[in-house]
Design a protein around this ligand. Structure first.
Ligand code: ADP
Ligand code: MP5
Length: 268
């Protein structure tokens, strides 16, 4: 039987522990029956306790990987994750500007759940200036949203105000993620696309094994966009996938375990 699946691309870093980064993204694509392709930006030595080393790839190497995929296989959607430094961000943004009809999910990865800084200081300005205007959907967490908006965020109203400020930077839609809150806001996300301001709420999962939630969410949005869903529907489906994966999160390692991407295999 001839099978012609949607194709998605992740432009992100490798997580040796397998919970976040490229490893989380490719697994998420697979569990949406979307063919996953990848362009590595850097290699992290990482486990459930933190990041001990980061090795960057040359910007030319990142672009060559993207070009190899785009020129032959073709993609319907992509996500960016840990882009690490200014030169990689500028090179990627320059390439993406020339791509037509590809939905871009930009996860502005800056700080990991374990508190490790995942991006150089000078890279934040490049991200804001060059990449955010290309976003079909931009997915900052609480801390990234504070940096990008310049506003402190502790309430739902703060999230809504920041979403509007950040959307004004040029993103088509912004989804501020609530995993970094305590109490009832934990797991509540806010969506703003210039017209619709809404909150996306699922049940809160009581676990500390949340490594890879942000990567998984952005990859799942890209997968759902490649399947033809609208941005808001893609975000809703993706949130559902992350919530279920969180409810099957993995108790491995001595720190924060990853979400269980393969829960559909366990549910049967
Ligand atoms: N304990 C939880 N229960 C339910 N949803 C959660 C929980 N923690 C995170 N999420 C959801 O996971 C997604 C990723 O959010 P977040 O963890 O804030 O991102 P990041 O990993 O980038 O910090 C969001 O949809 C968020 O609401
Ligand atoms: C290579 C890499 N990319 C991204 C993250 C962020 O992970 P999270 O999804 O938990 O915010 C990470 N820890 N490592």
């Amino acid at each position: 039987m001839v099978h012609n699946p949607p194709v998605a691309l992740t432009i992100a870093g490798s997580d040796s522990g397998g919970g976040a980064g490229i490893q989380a993204d490719l697994r998420t694509f697979s569990f949406h029956a979307v063919h996953g392709t990848s362009a590595l930006t850097c290699i992290t030595a990482q486990n459930t306790q933190g990041v001990s080393r980061v090795d960057a790839l040359a910007p030319e190497s990142v672009i060559a990987q993207i070009e190899a995929v785009v020129s032959d296989i073709g993609i319907q959607a992509l996500k960016t994750g840990m882009l690490l430094n200014q030169s990689i961000i500028e090179a990627v943004a320059g390439y993406l500007q020339g791509l037509e009809s590809v939905d871009c999910v930009i996860d502005p990865v800056m700080v990991s759940r374990t508190g490790a800084q995942l991006i150089a200081d000078d890279a934040i300005a490049a991200l804001r200036q060059h990449l955010i205007p290309l976003a079909t959907v931009l997915t900052p967490n609480r801390y990234e949203a504070q940096i990008l908006s310049g506003q402190s965020i502790s309430t739902l109203d703060d999230m809504k105000a920041a979403a509007q400020t950040i959307q004004g930077l040029g993103a088509n839609a912004v989804m501020i993620k609530g995993g970094g809150f305590d109490g009832e806001l934990r797991g509540v996300d806010v969506w703003y696309d210039g017209t619709t301001l809404t909150q996306l709420t699922t049940r809160c999962i009581d676990t500390t094994d949340t490594h890879g939630t942000g990567c998984t969410l952005s990859a799942a949005i890209a997968a759902n966009l490649s399947l033809g869903h609208s941005p808001l529907d893609a975000a809703k489906h993706a949130k559902d996938y992350v919530t279920k994966a969180l409810s099957y999160s993995l108790r491995i390692g001595n720190g924060q375990g990853p979400v269980g991407h393969f829960y559909p295999l366990l549910e049967k």
